[in-house]
Design a protein around this ligand. Structure first.
Ligand SMILES: [Zn+2]
Length: 473
């Protein structure tokens, strides 16, 4: 990378020569006198008070003490006094084919009689640009969509072209042990695989679209042959690895998670919820250098929403897609005879859900074993809204005993590994892409302060403070 001084030297020469010059147009932003947080470091070196950060074009050019870091002439100056700067957040587990509202998973709760699923999916496609903005407004500059229909690859293209979208890594349709016919509108997000050959064939189809991950939905029910299922997952993993693509697996029981790791999983996208993780699990995860995404809020989201007790958080009221927010209380207006049986039951005896104690203990154990934990929400599932649900997730992670710094690390430098971009994002240093959030409150005092967003910068571009999606299409 040429330094800015050299660019200017070159620009002057080109101008003298009467040649057009791009370098002179490089925009420069200076954040002056802020507290810069380095989540990849431990305390006290994680905190750099009274710092100035210079962004030139897409990248961070320098970070240094305010007293000795000159602000270039012509820079857009942001006063950092009383502000904190953190790397842009990364949500390592989202699904753009789902909206978070009640109608988005008819295989779980079927509202087709009231709202046809085809209309819901159509809405989600049409609404992508707004959903992208909601992520950025929430300080999330990168997301991993870990499985959806083949149109997920078009979603990735759209995000790449948009100046107001997060960076997106993507998986195609989930290779599944079970059918989900209610989600099949011709381009299903979940495809049942019954043999190793079928697994290889579907992986081949997905590899044509250059996925960032191959994803397996490893559902193991009583009576299923675990060894046979593991062989299918291994066939998928081997085919993915042969093409240099990583294997992500949904596995929520200890024996299934271990089978996934033996089969080559690089990324476990859920907590182990049924039993304490043991030495064998930890050793397998280390052998694979696997990432572990606890995904703690999503089950609570379903339970709140389907019992009509879902309430928006302050951050959701401020940042979420207003269309989705408005639909979250629809159970009040849907005629009773159109409600799924399980919803009628849940509404009659709502019990406040709590995060799984085993999942919380396992998060602590996995973290202490040195396995990289990445923050992820499973956004798009019923009750888990795109964008501000990250603040719910991070709050629950602190209940496992993680410090705010550790939670922030999972959502930044560790998350960059899920994105496959650890050289470019996730930390604040000269040469890195300029994805960052300026906060009005100290994120190490309370993770909820990560929602107190002053400004978001993605790819060196300063975003308008209220990029939130408003009503309409
Ligand atoms: Zn998921």
């Amino acid at each position: 990378m040429p330094t800015r001084a050299r660019w200017f030297g070159l620009a002057a020469l080109l101008m003298l020569a009467g040649l057009p010059c791009q370098a002179a147009e490089t925009s420069i932003i200076a954040i002056v006198g802020a507290t810069v947080i380095h989540p990849d470091r431990d305390l006290p070196s994680a905190v750099a008070p009274d710092s100035t950060l210079i962004i030139a074009g897409r990248r961070i050019e320098s970070i240094g003490p305010a007293g000795s870091t000159a602000v270039p002439a012509g820079a857009t100056r942001i006063d950092g006094k009383g502000k904190w700067v953190v790397p842009g957040l990364i949500d390592s587990h989202v699904h753009f084919f789902q909206s978070g509202n009640l109608y988005t998973r008819p295989d779980v709760a079927d509202f087709n009689a009231w709202m046809p699923y085809a209309k819901e999916v159509e809405r989600n496609k049409r609404r992508l640009a707004a959903t992208f903005k909601v992520w950025l407004a929430s300080g999330v500059t990168s997301v991993v969509d870990i499985g959806g229909p083949f149109w997920n690859f078009e979603m990735r293209d759209a995000a790449l072209k948009s100046p107001t979208a997060p960076r997106v890594a993507v998986a195609g349709p989930l290779l599944s042990m079970v059918d989900r016919v209610k989600l099949d509108l011709g381009d299903p997000p979940i495809i049942k695989i019954a043999s190793a050959d079928e697994a290889r064939a579907l992986v081949r189809r997905e590899l044509e679209r250059k996925p960032d991950f191959i994803k397996v939905w490893f559902i193991h029910r009583q009576g299923d042959d675990l060894a046979a299922q593991e062989a299918i997952v291994k066939a998928a993993g081997d085919a993915a690895h042969a093409a240099g693509v990583r294997l992500a697996v949904h596995a929520t029981e200890l024996v299934v998670a271990k089978a996934s790791l033996r089969a080559g999983a690089d990324f476990l996208v859920h907590s182990v919820e049924d039993a304490a993780v043991d030495e064998e699990f930890l050793a397998l995860a280390k052998r694979n250098r696997a990432l572990y995404c606890p995904t703690l809020f999503v089950t609570l989201g379903y339970r709140y929403a389907l019992s009509n007790t879902w309430q928006p958080t302050e951050a959701e009221r401020r940042l979420a897609d207003s269309q989705i927010l408005a639909a979250m209380s629809d159970l009040q207006r849907i005629p009773r005879d159109m409600l799924p049986e399980r919803v009628v039951k849940a509404m009659s005896q709502p019990t406040p859900p709590k995060p799984s104690a085993i999942a919380l203990q396992n998060l602590r154990k996995v973290w202490d074993a040195g396995i990289p934990v990445v923050m992820g929400t499973d956004a798009g599932n019923i009750g888990t809204l795109h964008g501000p649900s990250v603040f719910r997730e991070m709050e629950i992670m602190t209940q496992a005993g993680l410090t705010p710094l550790q939670v922030l690390r999972s959502a930044t430098s560790n998350g960059s590994k899920a994105m496959g971009m650890e050289r470019d994002i996730g930390t604040l240093a000269a040469g890195k892409l300029a994805d960052l959030v300026i906060l009005d409150a100290d994120p190490l005092a309370d993770v909820m302060n990560l929602s107190k967003i002053h400004r978001v910068i993605k790819d060196g571009k300063l975003l308008a403070p209220a990029a939130r999606a408003s009503a309409g299409n």
